[in-house]
Write a protein that binds this ligand. Structure first.
Ligand code: ADP
Length: 502
C-alpha cells in the first residue's frame, strides 16, 4: 500500500509532545511491514539547527505556489529520510511561516497566524502529493494542524485525473486542541463557503479545523479505544461529542505503540546501566543511584523514588499532587519532576524542591537524556491525568520496569492493569490505577505502591509483567493498515462531501 502521512511535527525533525513521537514511529512501523510510506512535515529551521545528528536534506525541483486566501505563497520542498528507516520525508520550507523560535507557541502565546500557517502547510502537502506524483492509496492527516487535508482530498484532490481513488484517514491525538479560529479565516482555506456549516467546518460561529478533519475523512481514528468511547460523551468531547458520535461507525481507537529503538533499557545509551527483564533488579539499582546522585538527592536504595516527565499542565493531574503534597512529603519518599508548562504548576513543584531538598527534585525544561534517566531510575511513575488520549510515558515506564500509577482514563486505562488482589493473582497486574480525580485518592495509591515496593517478590512480578508485553508499533501499525483498507472501501466522493446547502 502507498501511504502518505501528513503531520505538523515528527521526531527527530520537531516535537512538542506525543504527536511528534507517533508521526515518526507509525511510518517506520508501516514501512517495516512492507508498505511504501512518505511523511510530509513543515521545515522548522530553528528546531532543525538544534539536532546533533541532523538528517541530510536536499532541495526538490518543485516550485511550490500555494493559494492562501487572496495571496499566492511560494515555498520550497526539501527531501530527506526518516532516520533508521526507508521512509521518505518531504519538508515544506517557507521561512515566513516556519522559521520561528517555537512550533506553535512563543512566550506562552499561540502564534496569531496559526490558522494561516497550517492552511498553507495543508495545501502545500496536497500540492506535493499531486506534483510529485506520489499516487497514494491513502493520505493520513493528524490533529487540527492538518484537519484541512481530508477536506482538500474530498473537495479538490479527488477531482484531479488519476487521483479519484485517494482515501483519507484523520487521527485525533488530543481533543483539547481544536484549531478554532474566527469565521473570516474560512477565506484562507480557499474552500467554498458552503462547507462552513454546522456539520462540516463551522462550530458555534468559528472555523474549527479539528472538526473539519473529523467531518471529511473517510475514517477517523484516535489513539486509544477508551478515548474513542470517551470523546463521544460531553465530559471528554470538548464540545465535539456530537460530531464524533455522528461518525461513530467510522471512528476507531488504536493504542499507540512505542518506538522501541529509542525506548529500550537493553540498548538505551543515556542510562547508567543497561538492563533486561532478567537483570532489572541490578540494572535499576544502578540507574536509581545515578539519578539520585545527578539530582542531588540522598543516594538510597530503600526509599521509593517516584518520577514524572510531563508537560506541566492541568491535563496531567498536577493539581492532585498539589492537593496531597503535605501529607505525601511527611512520608519517607523521594519525588523527581521533569517538565515545563503552566507557570502555576512549575512554581508549585519548584517550591516543593526548595522546601524539601532531600525529598524533591524539580527540573524545569525539556531534556531528552534526563527523561530516559528518570524512566530508568525511578521505582514508580506518576501519571494521574485528568484525561489522556493515549499517553506514552506510562508505556515507556512499563518497558523500563518502572511501575506506573495512573488515573484510569483514555490510553492509561488501556495499558495499565491495577494491582488489585484479583489481577495480582492472575499475574496480569502491571501498575496502579484509580478513577476519582482527587488528591487523597492519588495519595492512597501512592501508599499502595509504597507498601508493595517493600514486598520485593511481588514488586518484581509487577515490573516483569509490564516489561514482558510487546509495546512496539508492530500491532498498532497492523491495525492502522486495516483502517486504511476500510477507508479505501468507503471513499466518499462527489455529492457525499458537498456542503449542507448550496
Ligand atoms: P502529551 O503528548 O500529552 O504531552 P505523551 O505522554 O503522549 O503526552 O507524550 C509526551 C512525550 O513528550 C513523551 O515522549 C515524553 O517523554 C516527552 N516529554 C514531555 N516533557 C518532556 C521533558 N520536559 N523533557 C523530555 N521529554 C519530555
Amino acid at each position: 500500500m502507498r501511504i502518505v502521512v501528513v503531520s505538523s511535527e515528527a521526531v527527530p525533525f520537531s516535537k512538542t509532545g506525543g504527536l511528534g513521537d507517533v508521526a515518526a514511529a507509525l511510518p517506520k512501523g508501516l514501512a517495516q511491514a512492507g508498505h511504501e510510506v512518505t511523511l510530509i512535515l513543515p521545515h522548522y529551521p530553528q528546531q532543525f539547527a538544534k539536532l546533533t545528528d541532523a538528517p541530510a536534506l536536499t532541495p526538490v525541483s518543485l516550485a511550490l505556489r500555494v493559494p492562501v486566501g487572496h495571496k499566492l505563497v511560494d515555498g520550497r520542498v526539501l527531501k530527506g529520510q526518516l532516520p533508521g528507516s526507508n521512509v521518505t520525508v518531504y519538508l515544506i520550507d517557507q521561512p515566513i511561516y516556519f522559521d520561528r523560535k517555537g512550533v506553535y507557541v512563543e512566550n506562552e502565546q499561540d502564534y496569531r497566524d496559526n490558522c494561516e500557517r497550517f492552511v498553507y502547510f495543508s495545501r502545500a502537502a496536497v500540492e506535493v502529493v499531486r506534483h510529485l506524483n506520489l499516487k497514494p492509496d491513502v493520505i493520513h492527516a493528524n490533529d487540527w494542524q492538518t484537519g484541512l487535508v481530508p477536506a482538500l482530498v474530498a473537495a479538490e484532490l479527488r477531482r484531479q485525473p488519476g487521483l479519484d481513488r485517494v482515501a483519507s484517514v484523520f487521527t485525533v491525538h488530543n481533543m483539547a486542541f481544536q484549531g478554532r479560529f474566527w469565521h473570516w479565516d474560512m477565506h484562507l482555506t480557499g474552500l467554498d463557503w458552503k462547507y462552513f456549516n454546522w456539520k462540516q467546518m463551522e462550530f458555534f460561529g468559528h472555523l474549527n479545523l479539528l472538526k473539519t478533519g473529523i467531518s471529511f475523512a473517510d475514517m477517523v481514528t484516535t489513539v486509544s479505544p477508551t478515548y474513542a468511547r470517551e470523546i463521544q460523551t460531553p465530559e471528554y468531547g470538548c464540545g465535539l461529542h456530537g460530531a464524533l458520535s455522528s461518525r461513530s461507525s467510522d471512528l476507531v481507537g488504536i493504542l499507540n505503540g512505542v518506538d522501541t529503538e529509542i525506548w529500550n533499557p537493553t540498548t538505551d545509551p543515556y542510562i547508567a546501566q543497561q538492563y533486561s527483564v532478567e537483570t532489572v533488579e541490578s540494572g535499576k539499582a544502578a540507574c536509581k543511584a545515578a539519578l539520585q546522585k545527578r539530582l542531588g538527592l540522598p543516594v538510597r536504595a530503600d526509599v521509593p523514588l517516584f518520577g514524572s516527565v510531563s508537560r506541566m499542565t492541568g491535563q496531567k493531574g498536577f493539581a492532585l499532587i498539589g492537593q496531597c503534597a503535605d501529607v505525601l512529603l511527611d512520608q519517607d519518599v523521594q519525588l523527581v519532576f521533569l517538565g515545563s508548562g503552566d507557570p502555576h504548576y512549575e512554581g508549585l513543584l519548584k517550591q516543593l524542591a526548595v522546601t524539601h531538598p532531600t525529598k524533591v527534585s524539580t527540573t524545569i525544561g525539556y531534556n531528552e537524556e534526563l527523561s530516559h534517566q528518570v524512566e530508568a531510575g525511578c521505582d514508580v511513575f506518576l501519571m494521574p491525568s485528568e484525561f489522556e488520549p493515549c499517553g506514552l510515558n506510562q508505556m515507556y515506564s512499563l518497558i523500563y520496569g518502572t511501575v506506573p500509577i495512573v488515573r484510569a482514563v483514555g490510553g492509561l486505562a488501556d495499558s495499565v492493569v491495577d494491582a488489585n488482589d484479583h489481577n495480582l493473582a492472575a499475574g496480569a497486574a502491571n501498575g496502579f490505577s484509580f478513577h476519582e480525580f482527587r488528591g487523597e485518592v492519588l495519595f492512597w495509591n501512592i501508599c499502595r505502591a509504597r507498601n508493595l515496593f517493600a514486598d520485593k517478590p511481588k514488586w518484581r512480578k509487577l515490573q516483569q509483567t509490564g516489561m514482558k508485553r510487546d509495546w512496539s508499533w508492530k500491532h498498532s501499525a497492523a491495525e492502522y493498515v486495516r483502517i486504511y483498507e476500510r477507508a479505501i472501501g468507503k471513499r466518499r466522493v462527489g455529492s457525499e462531501c458537498e456542503g449542507e446547502e448550496e
